[in-house]
Design a protein around this ligand. Structure first.
Ligand SMILES: C[S@@+](CC[C@H](N)C(=O)[O-])C[C@H]1O[C@@H](n2cnc3c(N)ncnc32)[C@H](O)[C@@H]1O
Length: 282
């Protein structure tokens, strides 16, 4: 197989780049090359976990739930690179990671509109990563009308060769996917949108809220791996379950392993994420 990606080829907020080492170590606890196994990346996002799982367990059937149509972004990478080069050229006089002068911001807006008018692909995830302050998310109209744009464009072209190789791509609500793939020797990977956080960058039209989280928890059973944020839901929920529904806790979480990683949104804001996995049924 080809390249092993350490990050999603195109920007994606919430990708689990920082957990790849822990994720691979967890997969290594499943013996062999994955023969007979199915691994389902239920909240696939950029597909980075599905990609990593396929590379680590090449004989496994690996499902990437591409709910956000990230593969469309990948298919249009050449067009995105054309716009990236143009914006990079316009930004050349600017310091990295600084706010833009009104003149250059105006030239960039003109370049985006010209690219669009010529039939070029508009990758809104890239425009946010290149031109908006870390963690802030804007639709195209807001970027075009923003008073403040930033100089954060990627320095080199993107490349996604072989990234999706070997993956089975689905695009379905998580409930449908769980029904379809629930079986023996199936590892579910859960990385839902974090509740109590901004979700405007994702495809879900309905906010992934507490009820959606609780519904999801009802269907979680080992073997699974689950990601969550510290200000979010999972660790407190696991404590609650242990105290108030110990039987259910034993079935789902007894013997589970917890890993933590600290990441940065921007220079002034950090976050702590958790990965909890339980392979007890393996
Ligand atoms: C935190 S991101 C996943 C990031 C991913 N693990 C990665 O490494 O790129 C959560 C994803 O869940 C998706 N999602 C939201 N609601 C969903 C639903 N009802 N069914 C399936 N996926 C959903 C979002 O669109 C988003 O892609």
């Amino acid at each position: 197989m080809t390249k092993n990606y350490k990050a999603a080829p195109l920007p994606f907020i919430g990708q689990k780049r920082l957990f790849l080492k822990d994720f691979k170590a967890m997969l290594a606890e499943i013996e062999g090359d994955g023969e007979g196994w199915t691994i389902v990346d239920v909240f696939g996002g950029s597909g980075l976990l599905a990609h990593t799982a396929k590379r680590a367990k090449p004989k496994a059937r690996v499902i990437y739930n591409d709910y956000d149509n990230y593969s469309e972004r990948l298919a249009n990478i050449d067009s995105t690179n054309v716009l990236r080069r143009e914006i990079h050229r316009l930004l050349a006089p600017m310091p990295k990671d600084g706010s833009l002068s009104a003149e250059i911001a105006g030239q960039i807006r003109t370049a985006i509109l010209a690219h669009q008018a010529a039939g070029g692909y508009i990758d809104i995830g890239c425009l946010n990563a290149w031109l908006c302050f870390g963690g802030d998310w804007k639709p195209l109209e807001k970027i075009l009308n923003a008073r403040d744009l930033w100089s954060r464009v990627a320095k080199t072209d993107y490349n996604a060769d072989g990234y999706l190789d070997g993956l089975i791509i689905e695009a379905a609500d998580y409930r449908e996917l769980l029904q379809k793939y629930r079986a023996e020797k199936t590892l579910f990977v859960f990385d839902p949108p974090y509740i109590k956080t901004m979700q405007g960058m994702y495809a879900n039209s309905k906010y992934f809220d507490m009820v959606a989280f609780l519904e999801l928890m009802d269907s979680v059973a080992p073997p699974f791996v689950f990601f969550s944020g510290s200000c979010s839901e999972l660790p407190a929920y696991v404590d609650y379950l242990k105290k108030s529904r110990p039987h259910e806790w034993r079935h789902k979480f007894e013997g589970a392993v917890v890993k933590h990683r600290v990441g940065r949104v921007n220079a002034s804001a950090a976050y702590k994420d958790n990965m909890i996995y339980n392979l007890q049924a393996v």
